[in-house]
Design a binder for this molecule. Structure first.
Ligand code: ADP
Length: 188
């Protein structure tokens, strides 16, 4: 199974990503976690990433693509993945699609977790990660609408968008996603 999760900040990508990874026995790949690990490692690129994350801006596509593609390729060889937070721009989606062609694998679904904006703001304020201040939250929501929003049409046009109401308890969201995903059990 090869999936990707699209959601605004606070939409629950991390929670659903972990659950779906267990259910389908696939690797959960969180771009935010991978980029934060670079920051922790305090590398040159890590310091650059930190500045973007703190201001709520997206990290430049090439940095993200270089960090993510090797991980995706390795996971594909092990039977699948769930991408959480990547791709987040059309350019990243194009790079991901090129890798799919090269590896001869297709994406089974792009799952969009839809949550109303006031609920997102409440969730993020409650979470209180260092980039969860109200001004940065507002900026990240705007970046999501402008830059990641177009991915919904991109995957809709490819016939693999699955939109889910994610303003509900996590368990019922997981159940709904699993029920609506295609059955790939008879496929390698
Ligand atoms: P959230 O979904 O709550 O914003 P993430 O952990 O997914 O949390 O992302 C945190 C930050 O990491 C983003 O604000 C952005 O700076 C950076 N980031 C994560 N994924 C990407 C990506 N695919 N492209 C660019 N920047 C990214």
């Amino acid at each position: 199974m090869r999936l990707l999760l699209i959601a605004a900040p606070g939409g629950g990508k991390g929670t659903q990503g972990e659950r779906l990874a267990v259910h389908y026995d696939i690797q959960h790949i969180s771009s935010g976690d991978l980029l934060r690990a670079e920051v922790e490692a305090d590398t040159t690129v890590g310091r650059e990433i930190a500045a973007y994350q703190q201001s709520g801006d997206l990290v430049p596509d090439q940095i993200v693509i270089d960090a993510l593609i090797p991980v995706v390729v390795a996971a594909a060889a092990r039977g699948g993945y769930i991408l959480d937070g990547f791709p987040r721009t059309i350019q990243q989606a194009t790079a991901a699609a090129e890798i799919g062609v090269r590896l001869d694998v297709v994406l089974d679904a792009a799952v969009y977790l839809h949550v109303p904006e006031p609920v997102l703001v409440q969730r993020l304020l409650a979470r209180a990660r260092p980039d969860d201040t109200i001004d940065v939250i507002r900026h990240r929501l705007q970046v999501f609408a402008e830059t990641t929003g177009p991915l919904l049409a991109y995957y809709q046009n490819r016939g693999i968008l699955l939109e889910v109401d994610a303003d509900k308890p996590p368990d019922s969201i997981t159940v709904e996603i699993e029920a609506r995903l295609p059955d790939t059990s008879n496929r390698s």
